[in-house]
Each structure stands twice: as structure tokens, then as C-alpha cells.
Design a protein. Structure first.
Length: 712
């Protein structure tokens, strides 16, 4: 154990903080600051010391200010990100909570050992080259013949630390892309090695839901804004009304996937347009967008986003999705399974992905991705409660044509895919299935005596603003909810019991009263040393089984990418993205989906032990699905075995692709018999792989099992 001076010899402050200085040679450690309450005490004892000095950062490192949230209780939560020679560290934040000048606690993760790991800060390729290569990889990955459009492009040089603690100089490359014909929207995030262009991590971050006029659909009925509900807030110039106010603007995409115009109509009534059983999706989107803005404004004294909400309606043709693309909310008109996706809960869901991005920025994969999804589901229920005084804890119930709902907060397992216990989390799980853990905790808390939906949502909003960081896992997220409830003066016993109901143990300390100063979260917070929920990513993710202690890892098999908004689900017959439907669960979409359609194949036992299992739906001849869940897996050299089972009477095929040295996916094996049962075996090199399932004839649900040499 090494001792070091925290500030100066003059202070004579020597702490035995081995947790901040002990790290493996040639490896970076992640230090969970929530487990070190003594740091807050030392900060108050030596107030002239800077934060960097208190944390004993070397001269090569610093903490870059991001933003501050000041609560009505007088707490200030200041968020920083660590930098190394001014290059930001990817996926980690440090949050310092103060009140009246006193430091109450520190949260987030600090990386130690970067000096020993990072050998150069001179990239071998330019940001332009990295962006171009990832655009090319994205186009090739989807194998779509249509031309592509790109927007919201961003490339930043960062330090990325993988699951094994190895630091890389990398580019974070992200953009939104879709084909001109629609149906392939994606918002990938790539971590690209800055020396040779190797893809270190990849996942899809597409977070998938006064004038008068009609709204609603055939399921909920027709209602009138200005009569049954308040009027729509629009801008009027002469006889022309424009769907725009200080909070929201609503665009008519007119079945395009790019552009769109703020919708105008002759005042005072808009009846445009009835489509797919809905009476005016434009009216619904504009009104509900305003409701969501007002909820955040009135309950939390904040806007949901730092800019005006943009609602894009009538996206594409028969598009059964809604998504947040980083700058706007987009809604399709549905299809055979779904009505247009402009219900209040879906609208709040998509807006709240933006809220999360601009606050905790939870990484959209692994356990942090499950929390991200759950928070948006909570926001949907909260918006219903805000508008009507009640809510049903059913996700997407108003847009789902042939069943009750897309997802169920009271019993997440009811959809056949989601989990309601942290113990059931496994690597490779799609984020909207793992969201069931926090969804059920929210339900249990909101229905506790003395609580309601608003009060419960306040806890999670505060956690999102003040305590969650990009790599927060289930345990850390629950601990943060306790801290948030303590800040708000709420009953901590209720919070503890709600998380106990999903098999997460939190320590509230004492008798669970209203908390004190919040300087100690009173729990173990997991091991906090791995950044598992999104910052690991360089390996295939199959080396950990539960992710609750940070051992999950896994960029390639987690299925949390969210290639669309996830409110597609349904019976899989729409064909909007080729991978929706089933029982909610192919894992290819991001958000509010679940559904209750097919059974994922013929229900037979897996043909291999401890193999990866994927389920999805092909909507008809020519449709295809990319597995695992629009991502890839990483394997050692060795044998790959893949089994496919689909419905009788169909002809489904499987293909295996390898990401070659040319930064291009190459087909290396296939199984193409004339029925729905396929098998392939391939001796492969170490590297990245993905599977494509395609229909030569027919459609329906399928199951794929894959066994391959797992990277240790």
C-alpha cells in the first residue's frame, strides 16, 4: 500500500488511499468514488485543495467541467469528465454533490494508470478517415441497395479503456443514417482505434415513442383537442396556423425520411390526416409533446431538452417505430401490428431519451442501457399521470393493435422476453428486456402506500440528473436512487423494498428516515472497478454472466443496440425493419417494444450448452435480420457452430460474416437448405463476426443458437 500527499506538505495530510493508487501493471483501474465517503470529509477539511489535488491526479490528467444541476433543496451536483493531456476519457463521469459550500459526496468512476498505458497521443489516421470508414462499414452492414443519407455526424478523439483495463487512443464516431426509402434508421457509435482503424466497440444508439382538431385511434377512440382536452398551442399569422410554440415544433415528414416541414393549416382546426386507424397523428404529436415539456417544467423546474422539442411525424411508409436520433423525436405511422406511434407514453419515452443523453448520458448497452430504457418507460407513465391523474403501467397499450400492451411494468416477464429480477440478467440481453428490472422497481415504488407515480418518478429524475454516470450498472443505479430519495426527504425504506423486489440489495443506513446529508450512499455499489455497463466493450461480452458486478462486458453479443425505437414489437407482420415482432423481441430495436407475437421458432431445446440464443421475426420473402441484434460478436480462432429453426413450410437461410482487414464484412459460411432448419460450421480466425438470417420463402418467428470460441 502506497501513501501519498493529497494536497501539500504544509497540510500534512497523508491518507492511506490505496484504492486510488493500486493498479495492475499495464492496466487501468476504475475506482468507484461512491464507495469512498472519506473523500467528501477530506474535501471539507481542506477546502483550499482543488478536486484534482484531492483525487491525487497526476499532472497529465484533469477534470473537465460539464454542467451543474442546482436543486430546489439547495444541492448542487457538478458533473465532470476526466481528461488525459486534455483528451477526454470515454464513458466515465465524476459527480460532486455540495450544499452551502460543503461537499456531501462524490459519485462516478475515476480511472487510474493512464500514464502507464497510453503511449502516444498522435493518431495514425485522421478524424475524417475514421468517419468515412465507419460510414462505409454501416452501409455494408445493412446490405441495403438504396442510397444512404447521413446527418448529426460527430468524431472526437478520446481515451477508451476496454474491459481488460487496456487503454486505447480512439475516435468516437457517431452519426444518424437512413436509406432514402426509409426502414433502415441507425445511429451507430463506433470506438475506432486511432492508430490502425480497428473497431474496438460498436453499438447502435438509436433510442427507440391554441387550435382544435381530432386525435386518437380506433383502439382508444376519437377525441377532440379543444373539447375533450385542452387546445393545441400553435402560432397564428392571419388565417394560417403553424404547429410551433416556444416548447415544441411539429414537422410533417409526408412519408419521407429526410427534411420535413413545420406543418401549417388554416386556422383554427386541423383534421389532417387520418391514417392507419388514427385520426390525426400530427395533432397528437404536437399536443403530447407540449404535455411532456410541461411535465418536466412544472414538476422539475427544467426543460426536458436544452433546445425546442422537434416532433417528426409520418416518417417513411408503414414504419412501425419511433426513435430519438440525438436531436429530434421521430414517429412512424405503424402498420399491421401498431397504430401510428404518437401516443403520450411513446412521445414521453422518446423525449426522455434526450433528457438522459443530456444528463447522465447512460451508455445504450448492457445494464446502463437497461436503466436508460426503463427511465424512458417511467417517463411515459409519468406523463400519463401528469395529464390525466392516473396511469396503467402498460407500455404502448394505446398503439398495440392485437394485444394488451408492448411491455408490462408490474410483471415484465409477461411479454415473454423481459426480466423482472436483476438475477436474470445475462450478457447478450437487449436493453428493452433488461429494462424490466428498473421498470418493476418503479412500479413497486409508485404503488407503495404514501407514494404515487409522480413521487416515484421524482426519485429517478434526480438520480438521472445528479448521480447516474454513463457506465452506471444496476447496483450503482439503485444506490443512486437511494441517494436521490434521501436528497428529497422521501422514505428510504420504500425505496429499499422496491429494489428488494427485483433482487437488488441497497443499504439505507439507520431506520431509513429522510437521510441527512447524503455523504455516504451506504451500499457496496457493485465492484465499480470495471465500467461494465458500456465502457468495456472491446471483447465479445460473453465472458460474464450477470453484469451486476461489472463482469459482463461485451460489445458484440449484448443486443442492446436499438436500431430503431422499439415500439415496433407486435406480431412481426409489418415488415418495417425486418426484425421486429415476435414476442417483442428480436433485440434489434431500442425502445418501447415487447409484443406478444410469435414464439421464436419451434420451441425445441437448445442444441448446445451455454450457447448464445437469439430470437426474431422475418416478415416475408426477401426479409433479413442481422444478429446479434444489429451488432457483432468477438471470437478466438476456432469452430463456429450455428443452428437456425423457423416455422414449418418456410425456407430460411443463415450466413456468417467476418470483419476483414479491409474494414469490410465478408461472407465466410452459409446454410441454405430448402427448409426452415439450417446448420453451419466454420473454422474461423480470431476477430469480429455477425450472422444474417434471411427468408427465401415465407415469414415468421425464428430462433438461432450460436456456439463459438469465447474470448477470455
Amino acid at each position: 500500500m502506497r501513501r501519498f500527499s493529497v494536497y501539500s506538505k504544509k497540510l500534512s495530510l497523508v491518507l492511506s488511499l490505496s484504492f486510488l493508487s493500486t493498479f495492475a501493471v499495464w492496466a487501468v483501474d476504475r475506482i468507484d468514488l461512491a464507495q469512498r465517503p472519506e473523500l467528501a470529509r477530506e474535501a471539507n477539511r481542506h477546502q483550499s485543495a482543488s478536486l484534482a489535488q484531492l483525487l491525487d491526479l497526476p499532472k497529465s490528467e484533469s477534470l473537465e467541467y460539464l454542467r451543474k444541476v442546482v436543486t430546489v433543496e439547495g444541492q448542487a451536483h457538478t458533473r465532470y469528465r476526466q481528461t488525459f493531456h486534455r483528451v477526454p476519457v470515454w464513458g466515465e463521469h465524476v459527480v460532486v454533490t455540495t450544499k452551502k459550500g460543503t461537499v456531501q459526496r462524490m459519485d462516478g468512476q475515476l480511472l487510474r494508470g493512464l500514464d502507464a498505458e497510453v503511449r502516444t497521443l498522435v493518431p495514425g489516421l485522421t478524424a475524417v478517415e475514421a468517419l468515412a470508414a465507419m460510414k462505409k462499414a454501416t452501409v455494408n452492414r445493412h446490405l441495403a441497395a438504396d442510397s444512404w443519407r447521413f446527418e448529426n455526424e460527430s468524431t472526437e478523439l478520446v481515451i477508451y479503456v476496454d474491459a481488460k483495463g487496456k487503454a486505447h487512443l480512439a475516435y468516437e464516431v457517431t452519426f444518424f443514417a437512413d436509406t432514402r426509402g426509409g426502414a433502415n434508421p441507425t445511429r451507430p457509435v463506433y470506438l475506432v482505434a486511432a492508430d490502425d482503424g480497428e473497431v474496438l466497440l460498436a453499438y447502435d444508439n438509436l433510442n427507440h415513442a391554441d387550435a382544435i382538431g381530432p386525435g386518437g385511434n380506433e383502439k382508444v377512440g376519437r377525441y377532440l383537442y379543444g373539447t375533450d382536452f385542452g387546445p393545441m398551442e400553435v402560432t397564428q399569422a392571419g388565417d394560417t396556423c403553424t404547429m410551433e410554440n416556444a416548447k415544441v415544433r411539429t414537422l410533417d415528414m409526408n412519408h419521407r425520411t429526410w427534411g420535413g416541414d413545420v406543418y401549417e393549416f388554416t386556422c383554427p382546426e386541423n383534421t389532417y390526416k387520418e391514417i392507419n386507424g388514427a385520426y390525426s397523428p400530427l395533432n397528437d404529436a404536437h399536443f403530447f409533446g407540449t404535455v411532456v415539456f410541461d411535465m418536466y417544467d412544472q414538476w422539475f423546474d427544467t426543460a426536458p431538452l436544452t433546445f425546442q422539442l422537434t416532433m417528426r411525424v409520418h416518417y417513411g411508409t408503414n414504419y412501425q417505430n419511433a426513435f430519438w436520433n440525438g436531436s429530434s423525436m421521430t414517429f412512424g405511422d405503424g402498420g399491421t401490428a401498431l397504430y401510428p406511434l404518437v401516443s403520450l407514453d411513446v412521445s414521453a419515452h422518446e423525449v426522455s431519451h434526450g433528457f438522459t443523453q443530456q444528463n447522465s448520458n447512460l451508455i445504450y448497452r448492457n445494464q446502463s442501457g437497461g436503466i436508460n430504457e426503463a427511465f424512458s418507460d417511467m417517463a411515459g407513465e409519468a406523463a400519463e399521470y401528469f395529464m390525466t391523474g392516473s396511469n396503467d403501467f402498460l407500455i404502448g397499450s394505446e398503439i398495440f393493435k392485437q394485444g394488451v400492451a408492448l411491455r408490462f411494468m408490474e410483471d415484465p416477464t409477461r411479454d415473454g422476453r423481459s426480466i423482472g429480477s436483476a438475477l436474470d440478467f445475462v450478457q447478450g440481453m437487449d436493453v428493452h428486456y433488461s429494462s424490466g428490472v428498473f421498470n418493476r422497481a418503479f412500479f413497486l415504488l409508485a404503488t407503495t402506500d404514501g407514494w404515487d407515480t409522480e413521487k416515484a418518478f421524482r426519485v429517478f429524475v434526480r438520480a438521472n440528473q445528479a448521480y447516474w454516470t454513463p457506465s452506471t450498472n444496476f447496483q450503482q443505479g439503485a444506490d443512486a436512487a437511494v441517494n436521490a430519495a434521501r436528497d428529497l426527504g422521501f422514505d428510504l425504506v420504500a425505496v429499499r423494498d422496491a429494489f428488494a423486489g427485483v433482487d437488488i440489495t441497497v443499504d439505507i443506513g439507520g431506520d431509513g428516515g429522510d437521510g441527512g446529508d447524503g455523504s455516504d450512499d451506504g451500499s457496496d455499489g457493485g465492484d465499480g472497478s470495471d465500467g461494465s455497463d458500456g465502457s468495456d466493450g472491446s471483447d465479445d461480452g460473453s465472458d460474464g454472466s450477470d453484469g451486476s458486478d461489472g463482469s459482463d462486458g461485451g460489445d458484440g453479443s449484448d443486443g442492446s443496440d436499438g436500431s430503431d425505437d422499439g415500439s415496433d414489437g407486435g406480431d412481426g407482420s409489418d415488415g418495417s425493419d425486418g426484425s421486429d415482432g415476435g414476442d417483442g423481441g428480436d433485440g434489434s430495436d431500442d425502445g418501447t417494444d415487447a409484443g406478444d407475437g410469435g414464439d421464436g421458432g419451434d420451441g425445441e431445446e437448445p442444441p448446445c450448452e451455454n450457447c448464445a440464443e437469439y430470437a426474431g421475426t422475418l416478415t416475408g420473402t426477401g426479409d433479413s435480420v442481422w444478429l446479434p441484434n444489429q451488432q457483432y460478436y468477438y471470437a478466438k480462432a476456432g469452430t463456429h457452430q450455428i443452428w437456425l429453426r423457423g416455422p414449418e413450410g418456410t425456407d430460411f437461410n443463415i450466413r456468417l460474416f467476418y470483419f476483414g482487414s479491409s474494414n469490410w464484412w465478408e461472407e465466410v459460411a452459409s446454410g441454405q437448405s430448402s427448409d426452415s432448419r439450417e446448420y453451419l460450421e466454420f473454422e474461423g480466425k480470431q476477430g469480429y463476426y455477425h450472422i444474417t438470417v434471411e427468408s427465401a420463402e415465407g415469414g415468421g418467428a425464428f430462433t438461432v443458437w450460436a456456439a463459438y470460441p469465447i474470448w477470455p
